[in-house]
Design a protein around this ligand. Structure first.
Ligand code: RIB
Length: 305
């Protein structure tokens, strides 16, 4: 089966503790639980796209340790094509140290490990996968040089190109914008990309306009419980979020991106794809962990507000 959605990105083992609140600098806090959970923004988006109906291939790198094998196996169990998940000898697999507090907020530190080895030449050796794709999705947990390379190649091949600029710490290279069809930042990423404060639908609007002026075709600013703002040069529209009781917001953004990509690949309209991604993301925040929290398409279809 040809992969309709190809994800180029990170695989991390998430080392997750729950604590009453996030620790302050220099503080030692007693946590309530500890689990290891498959994660990484790239792998989470691949799992989301697969569970939500797409045929998916993943391009990424893991180390030669047990975590690498476990992450690969987790993707294979989802039916994801892992021929391009490459093992790097002598390297550790990417990890994310995550604390989730009682109000379901999280703080994350990532160590790239194998993700740092996703070079343009690794991607080039799987160019056939990109060529077969309908939708190509990238994030920013692999080297920037590689992300730019994939976006450019996606544009050359005439694919639908999605960038989730996460995590973002500053503006994107100017030439990238023309290669992206859908740029999907959250509030803090939109703020980092534009230098504007973004914390509401009203403040997301000028940030989206700045990103459109930079040359991207379409922007979706995700705003958590405040929904999402979709903007093109012709119009902008607010999509309210489904109301749920949050347990853990980890991978909610990834679930939205994967669900949106899967829905586009299936031929749904942009509005339908946004609503589909939003319901999937809302269901994911009602459960703990990254990949374990991502719902199946049947759950999204069965959702009633
Ligand atoms: O977006 C959530 C993900 O960010 C986690 O799974 C963690 O691995 C970090 O990459």
């Amino acid at each position: 089966m040809q992969a309709k959605v190809v994800i180029v990105g990170s695989l991390n083992m998430d080392l997750v503790t729950r604590a009453p609140r996030l620790p302050r600098a220099g503080e030692t806090l007693a946590g309530q639980s500890f689990v290891t959970v498959p994660g990484g923004k790239g792998a989470n988006q691949a799992v989301a796209a697969a569970r939500l109906g797409a045929s998916v291939a993943m391009i990424g790198c893991v180390g030669d340790d047990a975590y690498g094998e476990q992450l690969r196996e987790a993707l294979i169990r989802e039916g994801i094509d892992c021929q391009a998940v490459t093992r790097v000898d002598g390297e550790s697999t990417g990890v994310a140290l995550i604390v989730v507090d009682d109000s379901s907020q999280n703080a994350i530190v990532i160590v790239a490990g194998g993700n740092g080895h996703v070079t343009p030449s690794v991607v080039d050796s799987f160019d056939g996968l990109l060529d077969q794709a309908q939708v190509i999705v990238c994030q920013l947990e692999v080297p920037m040089e590689t992300v730019g390379h994939v976006l450019k190649r996606g544009r050359e091949l005439g694919k639908t190109v999605i960038l989730n600029p996460a995590p973002a710490s500053g503006p994107l290279p100017a030439e990238w914008y023309a290669w992206i069809d859908y740029l999907i930042p959250n509030e803090s990423e939109a703020a980092a990309l534009t230098g504007l404060a973004v914390d509401s639908v009203a403040t997301a609007d000028p940030a989206a306009s700045a990103l459109l002026a930079a040359g991207v075709s379409k922007v979706i600013v995700t705003l958590g419980e405040q929904g999402a703002l979709f903007a093109t040069s012709a119009r902008s529209e607010h999509f309210p979020a489904p109301k749920v009781k949050p347990v853990d917001t980890t991978a909610a953004g990834d679930t939205f991106v994967g669900g949106f990509a899967a829905a586009l690949a299936e031929g749904k309209s942009e509005s339908e794809a946004i609503r589909f991604g939003q319901i999937a993301a809302a269901l994911s925040v009602t459960r703990s962990g990254a990949q374990p929290s991502i719902p199946a398409a049947s759950e999204v279809h069965a959702y009633t507000p």
